[in-house]
Design a protein around this ligand. Structure first.
Ligand code: E4P
Length: 214
């Protein structure tokens, strides 16, 4: 499984890029709004920091308007992937964008059948929202696992992104389910990195070393 960072914060993105572990970044309108910056210059800046795919979401609603907005976003940098909500208009826009060679990330997928529709429209990625499914009493990880199985069974080329990740268990579950990517917020990625036994181990090695060198 590869990692994306789910963030529009330049400091977080710069920091995580230096770790060398993420393949790209996903943003959404809520994350961008939190930054209080103009969208297009921010997107350009993120794309210059990140060599891999950077997902940026359209806010338009009709298919034609989505396509027009997607083309503007895609013109910002070669690594932009346009995020499209999983609606009928979103599918029509994706079909057109895919024919134009523009990469898409069909977002707000909550069921395996929605994910299959995304794939059939030509989406490059389909994002399944684990945390938001858990919030309503469903099992987000099961939806990811079933989607992965379906895509394998039908030899679908669309990549599965496990999204709406809230904790380390979600990341581990996405990995076990066979997701191609997990898009992980900075806090959760930091939690994935840390383990109390690692910290204790470092302290013990240091203490043993210092004792022997006295
Ligand atoms: C996915 O691409 C979204 O940006 C994100 O994962 C949504 O997460 P949330 O449900 O925590 O807002």
């Amino acid at each position: 499984m590869k990692f994306f960072l789910d963030s529009a914060n330049v400091e977080e993105i710069t920091r995580v890029m230096s770790w060398g572990v993420v393949a790209g970044v996903t943003t959404n309108p809520s994350l961008v709004a939190r930054e209080g910056k103009e969208f297009m210059p921010l997107l350009k800046q993120i794309c210059s920091i990140v060599p891999g795919p950077v997902s940026a979401e359209v806010l338009s609603e009709g298919a034609d308007d989505m396509v027009a907005e997607a083309r503007e976003l895609a013109a910002v940098a070669d690594n932009v992937v346009v995020k499209i909500p999983l609606t009928a208009d979103g599918l029509a826009a994706t079909r057109e964008l895919s024919a134009q060679g523009i990469k898409t990330n069909l977002t707000l997928a909550f069921s395996p059948v929605q994910a299959m529709l995304a794939a059939r429209s030509g989406a490059t990625y389909a994002s399944l929202f684990i945390g938001r499914l858990d919030d309503v009493g469903a099992c987000g990880l099961s939806a990811v696992a079933e989607t992965v199985r379906n895509f394998q069974a039908y030899a679908v080329g669309t990549r599965v992104i496990a999204a709406s990740i809230r904790n380390v268990g979600h990341v581990e579950g996405a990995m076990s389910a066979g997701a191609d990517y997990a898009t992980v917020p900075f806090r959760v990625l930091s939690d994935c990195l840390h383990h109390p036994l690692t910290d204790q181990g470092i302290e013990k090695f240091k203490a043993d070393w210092e004792k022997a060198m006295k």
